[in-house]
Design a protein around this ligand. Structure first.
Ligand code: GDP
Length: 530
């Protein structure tokens, strides 16, 4: 084992996480501030620039121009204290897609940002469901305390209800809005006094120690007294932090602050280092893979088309699961048996170049390719391993697609097959009828697909409304029963990209009726990549 010590040391230093939030809660701002604290100030500017570009237009053509930036900034690597932190971007609502879900399979923790005025919002709720299903540990940051917001007790209650897990406040706000005076750190037993300002780095904040602090009581009056009362209440009412509970996704540490004022951010960054887990074991079909094994392995969790549509360049995002990656090493794509030797690896943003040449468990590598790599692919130094757990979610929106020029229907199918492999869209072939169906979790996915079919495959496709709104993959231990089910429901069963039968219905009442009628059939909202 001794030869693995260097790898083990590197793995221990890694923290890989994503920020989940509803648009406008402050994800971009917080990302910038985290980068600022870790010393990567230049990068912070480009996060803002990217968001500005995205907001300037919702037109896909324009978004496409931004692809270069978005590839580079979809993973940000920073060093803080002794750790290497990988922050994975989860796109906001405008480009909400299945990618967003899959990114969450590549992280070891999530940071949930909540707008203190709005509480838990729909987008956050969707992403939370994925985290919860995977038992991903969640840290919570309650943002915008410099505004008139909900009182902290009710925010806490709401989070507790929505998450279905215990909330453990690490910091507690003293006042809010114009009367926001700072946050009290319950573990350090001291208050960090709020001062507005965008560019301060935090180290020079005023600190007042203890809850029985005469100066604080005098300066902050009623707000401080109220915080005192609430903190006393919390002592009895909220559970002690227990790291095992947190790692199992049953407790979330909560922090208050104001990202734009760079306030309360340091505590979050420290918590990521101190509390969030280093990369852990990952299950493959054949065996469990340990992160500090000597041999390299990794899994493709996202594929992104690159800038030049004519070349069909794609970048495969790979999460390292074990071993050490070095540029130019020989890797085997287990599914196809093909060997690749990635020399040009996409450099993600990082303040230190040397971080880019080697990668360890938890790190993300971007490998440009022309379709050799597919979603869910496992890469190894030769061992036949297949990682499990890359999910396909039952789409929530459906469209039928037909080609304007019937002579190009072959191109349509070819294009859709490739876009399906990339994970840009899910394609279903109804067992009765000839129109293909597209399934997505976000509206933009349809626009992207129509645009790319035209520009990359020369197919003008018509995207038509469909009556379906819900899908469930169906399986049954009894093959005859499954066949009976498919025959009886031929008008609403389709096959997906890997020929898995799928039931499509208009709404949940119909689904419930079908479920009751066919008790032996299993209905799945999620299919794992096999
Ligand atoms: P995102 O959509 O989640 O990435 O949100 P942004 O980071 O772009 O923030 C949305 C808006 O909220 C922007 O106008 C920010 O300036 C503002 N904002 C972010 N953090 C704070 C905060 O702590 N206080 C206040 N008052 N505004 C904030």
């Amino acid at each position: 084992m001794s030869e693995n010590t260097e790898i083990a040391t590197q793995v221990k230093r890694r923290r890989t996480f994503a920020i989940i939030s509803h648009p406008d809660a402050g994800k971009t701002t917080l990302t910038e501030k985290l980068l600022l604290f870790s010393g990567a100030i230049q990068i912070a500017g480009s996060v803002k620039a990217r968001k500005a570009a995205r907001h300037a237009t919702s037109d896909w053509m324009e978004i496409e121009k931004q692809r270069g930036i978005s590839v580079a900034s979809s993973v940000m690597q920073m060093e803080y204290r002794d750790c290497v932190i990988n922050l994975l971007d989860t796109p906001g609502h405008q480009d909400f897609s299945e990618d967003t879900y899959r990114v969450l399979t590549a992280v070891d923790a999530a940071l949930m940002v909540i707008d203190a005025a709005n509480g838990v919002e729909p987008q956050t709720r969707r992403l939370l469901q994925v985290c919860r299903a995977r038992g991903t540990p969640i840290l919570t940051f309650v943002n915008k305390m410099d505004r008139e917001v909900q009182d902290p007790m009710s925010v806490m209650d709401e989070i507790e209800r929505e998450l279905g897990m215990a909330v453990v406040p690490f910091t507690w706000p003293v006042g809010m809005g114009k009367l926001f005076h700072g946050v009290y750190d319950r573990r350090e037993e001291r208050m960090r006094v709020f001062s507005p300002g965008e560019d301060k780095a935090g180290g020079d904040d005023e600190i007042l120690s203890g809850l029985d602090n005469a100066e604080a009581t005098k300066r902050f009056g009623a707000e401080f007294t109220q915080a005192q009362d609430e903190l006393e209440l919390l002592e009895g009412a909220s559970p002690e932090f227990n790291r095992e509970e947190f790692l199992a996704g049953r407790q979330t540490p909560m922090f208050f602050g104001s990202a734009i004022n760079n306030f309360g951010v340091q505590e979050v960054l420290d918590a990521l280092v101190d509390l969030a887990p280093a990369p852990a074991d990952r299950p493959a079909m054949q065996r469990i893979v340990h992160p500090d094994e000597k041999k390299f392995s990794g899994v493709v969790f996202k594929i992104q088309a690159n800038m030049d549509p004519a070349h069909r360049d794609r970048i495969a995002f790979l999460r390292v699961a074990s071993g050490e990656f070095t540029r130019g090493m020989k890797l085997k794509v287990v599914r196809s048996g093909k060997e690749i030797r990635p020399n040009t690896v996409v450099s993600f943003m990082s303040q230190r170049r040397e971080l880019l040449d080697t990668a360890f468990a938890g790190d993300i590598i971007g490998i440009p390719n022309h379709g050799v790599l597919q979603l869910g692919d496992t890469l190894t130094e030769g061992e036949a391993l297949q990682f499990t757990g890359l999910p396909f979610f039952a789409p929530e929106m459906f469209r039928a697609v037909e080609v304007a020029d019937p002579l190009r229907s072959k191109q349509l199918r070819a294009g859709l097959t490739q876009l399906g492999e990339e994970g840009a869209i899910q394609v279903f072939r109804p067992i009765a009828g000839s129109l293909l169906l597209l399934g997505a979790v976000g509206q933009l996915q349809f626009e992207v697909v129509a645009h790319r079919l035209e520009h990359e495959y020369g197919v003008k496709a018509r995207i038509l409304q469909s009556n379906f709104n819900l899908a469930r993959w169906v399986t049954c231990d009894d093959a005859n029963e499954l066949k009976k089910f498919m025959d009886a429901n031929a008008h609403r069963v389709a096959l997906d990209a890997v020929d898995a039968p799928t039931l499509l219905v208009d709404h949940s009442a119909t689904l419930r009726a079908v479920e009751q009628q066919w008790p032996k059939i299993k209905f799945h909202a999620l299919r794992e990549h096999a």
